[in-house]
Design a protein around this ligand. Structure first.
Ligand code: NAG
Ligand code: NAG
Ligand code: NAG
Ligand code: NAG
Ligand code: NAG
Ligand code: NAG
Ligand code: NAG
Ligand code: NAG
Ligand code: NAG
Ligand code: NAG
Length: 708
């Protein structure tokens, strides 16, 4: 019989108070269940700095025995998580003239959990930086030939996958350098990708420091390593954690390494910012679910990179792709993939998709190849084509030869043009930047809510630029024909996440004493409203709206959420006292019959699931803290569409504050006659305003919906 041995994470909750010898405790726990191997061989890693647990190699039987042991909160496989990127390009930040507090900003440390960093990139130069902040307790242990500087102040690598190829914090993928530079890269003049998207590349907080936790090696990102990185980052003294990777299917909170790590970060006053995922645009496609972290969707910016093709009959079509090639000459013969099959090599279908190896090189050479797939450029390049026309699936990509991606309708037009003449020809023009006045719009790939793990906490929380983002890269990956680049253009919620992490660090530099929940609230309640009708699945796509860095530093009021409030929410979800205590590490207990619901959590957005066709009346109790001015009065306003299917009341409708830090409570009551599956989501916005500040919260009611 084949015994599958897998790495499991054994999670034991918070650190016990007082004397504690984690290694011997962990080995002891293991001894009790192991059937063949020795505990020292089995133990992969002990977590002991910020919470209690370990990772070990176990058989299924050993795993079961462990899971039933007292004191064990959960045992779950160390899964391989995915980076939240889809290849692409461009860049955006907030105005360079925005007010910064460089001295305080340079005390802020952003922990980036990713593929490492390219420390020699100009984006990470430490010119004009002072010594690391005093609170910093981390190390620079980046492996061979990796040195930190006064900008990149810490580096650690985790490698439970035992990747022997990728052994230092040096970034051989590019993703980690990209995300780190979006959050906190220096201002770098004249950055571009082969002249496209030219401009100044800069991070949200150029004076802030970076601590790099390499949790993704070439083989992937293991949850055991992610948990280990949280353990270290919390103890090292980072202020904000940015994590642009995640699961691609639903995970229970108690098995979610990111949620568990972020809980302990929250308890330590650290805000975790997480990418919502690239599994959109279907509903229930985000697997970033914990309310103690911010989950970020990706949207467009007003600069759009487009590409054009001119057909022999004069028609010009617009598409996308990152095409920095200039085609010489006037026109190139156009040929359809389907007719270029190598005899007996592949069928027409595969050659119509331009699958490499299927094409007849001598038929294709020097021509523009028309392909019915999103990867047609690869086959075209393989076959020696002069260019390619391929299918647009929503994101631009770096291409190895002159290429344009066209939407299905336009691709069909090219096909019928090809059919209409014996001498079909075309020319693909170099990409150019145009203004996209529809921006911001949530990208199709961006994961949507609702939140399958906690139905009454809206995720994603917020949206930020994540399409065509230009930022630092690693010179190692050879994108196209051995060309390596210092700056690259990528798309994904991976790129949106560090924008928000940078802005969270920016807020922290103005309000160093604010809790993680106050910063989260400031980001969400000051977000710019997005149009429900312009974004597929409306509020489920963008949450509170588009992040607004300048407004986020003065939110007026904040919704604060304590660790106790979160544990109460866990009770409301059905976790029992034993489980909650192990997670929280304190004496909190669940009331005998917990009647609450996660909707009662003091969260800056309000969400409820209701049964189909049933009249509903739902109350959201909330408490706000005044962080604006003393002696201020806020009035409630509810923004709702015409002919709404629900009614929203706010009681009291006015809140008067005498002092800073004063708290006031109110209740939002939402009533309606019943929701239908045809229109399963209804949203409104609560706005508290004192004439200067506007404090916005989306209110969402939804019922069962079809998942396509
Ligand atoms: C260290 O890495 C840098 C960047 O790749 C490289 O230029 C340099 O040659 C390396 N030094 C050694 C001693 O390997
Ligand atoms: C880990 O990698 C090293 C070096 O590649 C190898 O010698 C060792 O056997 C591996 N260990 C496991 C448990 O896979
Ligand atoms: C066009 O001509 C320039 C200059 O002769 C050359 O560098 C470039 O590679 C040519 N482009 C293509 C696509 O052949
Ligand atoms: C490839 O195309 C050339 C020219 O169109 C043709 O002469 C040749 O027979 C084709 N080869 C195969 C293997 O189909
Ligand atoms: C192109 O012509 C072929 C053969 O005449 C026909 O089968 C096909 O449907 C045509 N395709 C388009 C897109 O017009
Ligand atoms: C070029 O051909 C396409 C496909 O037959 C057609 O739709 C388009 O109108 C033509 N353009 C011109 C300028 O004739
Ligand atoms: C949240 O926690 C605070 C203190 O930890 C408590 O005063 C407050 O009542 C809690 N709010 C809710 C809604 O449970
Ligand atoms: C708490 O919940 C866990 C998991 O559902 C269960 O195994 C355990 O028996 C429960 N403990 C108590 C005291 O009810
Ligand atoms: C929890 O409560 C028990 C008894 O009520 C007390 O002895 C213990 O010190 C408390 N622990 C903490 C961490 O407050
Ligand atoms: C707020 O109002 C009180 C009483 O009306 C007054 O004493 C106090 O000075 C005011 N504070 C500020 C900052 O205006």
């Amino acid at each position: 019989m084949l015994i599958i041995v897998q790495v499991y994470i054994v999670y034991l909750g918070s650190l016990p108070k007082g004397e504690f010898s984690p290694m011997s405790e962990h080995l002891g726990v293991l001894e009790d269940v192991l059937e063949g191997s020795s505990s020292t061989d089995s133990l992969v890693r002990s977590y002991k700095r910020s919470f209690n647990g370990f990772a070990a190699r176990l058989t299924e039987k050993e795993r079961e025995k462990l899971a039933n042991k007292e004191g064990v909160v959960s045992v779950f496989p160390s899964r391989i998580l995915k980076l939240h990127t889809t290849r692409s390009w461009d860049f955006m930040g907030f105005s360079e003239t925005s007010r910064h507090k460089p001295a305080l900003e340079s005390d802020v440390i952003i922990g980036v959990f990713d593929t490492g960093i390219w420390p020699e990139s100009p984006s990470f130069s430490d010119k004009d930086f002072g010594p690391p902040p005093r609170k910093w307790k981390g190390v620079c242990s980046g492996g061979k030939n990796f040195t930190c500087n006064k900008k990149v102040i810490g580096a650690r690598i985790y490698n439970s996958l035992n990747d022997s190829f990728d052994v230092s914090v040096r970034d051989i993928d590019g993703h980690g350098s990209h995300t780190a530079s979006i959050a906190a890269g220096n201002n770098v003049e004249h950055a571009s990708f082969h002249g496209l998207a030219q401009g100044k590349a800069r991070g949200g907080v150029p004076s802030a420091r970076l601590a790099i936790y390499k949790v993704c090696v070439f083989l992937g990102c293991a949850s055991a390593d992610i948990l280990a990185a949280f353990d270290d980052a919390i103890a090292d003294g980072v202020d904000i954690i940015s994590i642009s990777l995640g699961f691609d299917s639903a995970v229970a909170l108690e098995e979610d390494a990111i949620a568990i790590g972020a809980f302990h970060a929250m308890a330590g006053g650290i805000l975790t910012v997480h990418s919502a995922g690239n599994e959109g645009p279907e509903v229930f496609s985000t697997f970033s679910s914990a309310p103690w972290m911010v989950s970020v969707a990706a949207s467009t910016i007003d600069r759009k990179i487009i590409d054009r093709v001119v057909l022999g009959n004069g028609t010009e079509l617009t598409g996308r792709s990152f095409n920095y090639f200039t085609m010489n000459g006037s026109m190139y013969p156009l040929i359809y993939g389907k007719v270029t099959s190598r005899a007996n090599a592949c069928n027409n279908f595969l050659s119509q998709l331009c699958v490499p190896d299927c094409l007849n090189k001598s038929a294709v050479e020097g021509k523009i190849l028309l392909c019915e797939s999103a990867y047609g450029d690869e086959g075209a390049h393989w076959a020696g084509a002069a260019g390619s026309i391929k299918l647009d699936v929503g994101v631009s990509s770096v291409v190895p030869l002159p290429t344009i991606a066209l939407r299905g309708k336009d691709l069909r037009l090219v096909r019928s043009y090809y059919n209409s003449t014996k001498k079909a020809e075309a020319k693909i023009l170099k990409s150019e930047a145009i203004k996209d006045s529809s921006a911001p719009v949530v990208a199709p790939f961006s994961s949507r809510g609702p939140n399958a793990a906690i139905l009454e906490i809206m995720k994603p929380d917020i949206t930020a630029p994540g399409v065509d983002i230009l930022a630092a890269f690693s010179p190692i990956p050879k994108l196209v024909d051995g060309i390596s680049v210092e700056y690259n253009i990528l798309s994904g919620t991976s790129m949106a996440c560090p924008h928000v992490a940078g802005i969270a660090a920016y807020v922290k530099s103005f309000h160093p004493a604010w809790s993680a929940s106050a910063i989260r609230s400031a980001l969400m309640t000051t977000a710019r409203p997005m149009k429900v009708s312009a974004n597929l699945h409306g509020v489920l796509s963008f949450g509170s709206g588009h992040v607004d860095p300048v407004k986020a530093i003065s939110p007026g009021l904040v919704y604060e959420t304590t660790k106790d409030n979160y544990t109460q929410m866990l009770c409301d979800m059905g976790y029992n006292t034993t489980m909650v205590r192990l997670i929280s590490g304190d004496n909190s207990s669940c009331p005998k019959d917990s009647k609450g619901s996660p909707k009662d959590l003091n969260y800056p957005s309000m969400t409820v699931y209701v049964k189909q066709l049933r009249p509903f009346k739902v109350e959201f109790p909330r408490t706000v803290t005044n962080v604006g001015r003393s002696n201020s009065t806020y009035k409630a306003q509810v923004i709702i569409r015409k002919h709404p299917r629900m009614k929203v009341d706010v009681n009291p409708p006015m809140l008067s504050f005498k002092l800073i830090k004063e708290k006031k409570s109110f209740v939002v009551t939402v009533t309606g006659q019943g929701m239908t599956m045809e229109r399963p989501v209804e949203s409104a916005t609560l706005v508290w305003s004192d004439g200067t500040h506007t404090v916005r919260s989306p209110i969402t009611v939804y019922t069962d919906m079809l998942i396509d």
